[in-house]
Design a protein around this ligand. Structure first.
Ligand code: SF4
Length: 215
């Protein structure tokens, strides 16, 4: 914008961005945890995108951003954020419904604390009814003690809630994946065993992929 020969640069929020042949939706910069390896502590975004939001987008604004996309370019649409998307649970549901009407595959990347964040809701049932195809949960620890040390959740009982969230999702027939960041403090073998017990895929992320920026 030019006013009186002065150029004013207006920074637009990044609501959608491409990576790994997926389209990611950036819903929030807030989180119910404070992981020691979270990318929010080191950078403004990932893949060259500035993901800091001046304002969290409404469902209508997300849909407006999606309407101009060519979905044939993407494997799936992924709720993520430089933060925890289930803090915007109603937006996740509304946008998922919009996408599923268009027969588009939808994944939720989450810290798995949705039931704690939204205690008044049956979160798995609502995600299932909205049509979510898969859920990727950042577990990042083989024990509650380790989880509290590395992920520093607001709610100190979060680890059990995360495990329950994965179990409930599987029970509801939603495809689940458990992810861990590849840092020396985490016992990858034990986490893999836990993922098997939870009937979930297992994925190890490089440290730079932390904060839900997954493949
Ligand atoms: S890594 Fe994910 S769960 Fe951990 S603080 Fe960052 S956004 Fe939250």
């Amino acid at each position: 914008m030019v006013i009186n020969n002065v150029i004013i640069l207006i920074r637009m929020d990044t609501i959608c961005y491409e990576a790994y042949k997926n389209l990611y939706i950036n819903l929030t910069n807030r989180c119910s945890a404070d992981c020691i390896f979270c990318i929010r502590n080191f950078a403004d975004g990932v893949h060259g995108y500035d993901l800091r939001l001046s304002k969290e987008p409404s469902a209508e604004e997300v849909i407006e951003a999606l309407e101009i996309q060519d979905f044939s370019k993407y494997k799936e649409i992924v709720f993520t954020g430089l933060g925890e998307p289930t803090l915007r649970f109603d937006v996740v549901l509304a946008v998922t419904r919009w996408l599923k009407i268009r027969n588009i595959r939808v994944r939720l990347d989450t810290n798995g604390q949705a039931a704690l964040i939204n205690p008044e809701k049956n979160v798995i049932l609502e995600l299932k009814n909205a049509g979510i195809d898969s859920i990727s949960v950042s577990l990042n620890a083989e024990s509650e003690e380790k989880y509290n040390k590395l992920c520093r959740p607001i709610n100190k009982n979060a680890y059990g809630a995360v495990l329950d969230f994965i179990k409930e999702a599987r029970k509801a027939g939603i495809s689940t994946r458990v992810t861990v960041v590849n840092v020396s403090e985490i016992d990858l073998e034990k986490c893999k065993k836990l993922a098997d017990e939870l009937d979930s895929e297992f994925h190890i992320r490089a440290l730079s992929e932390a904060a839900s920026k997954e493949i």
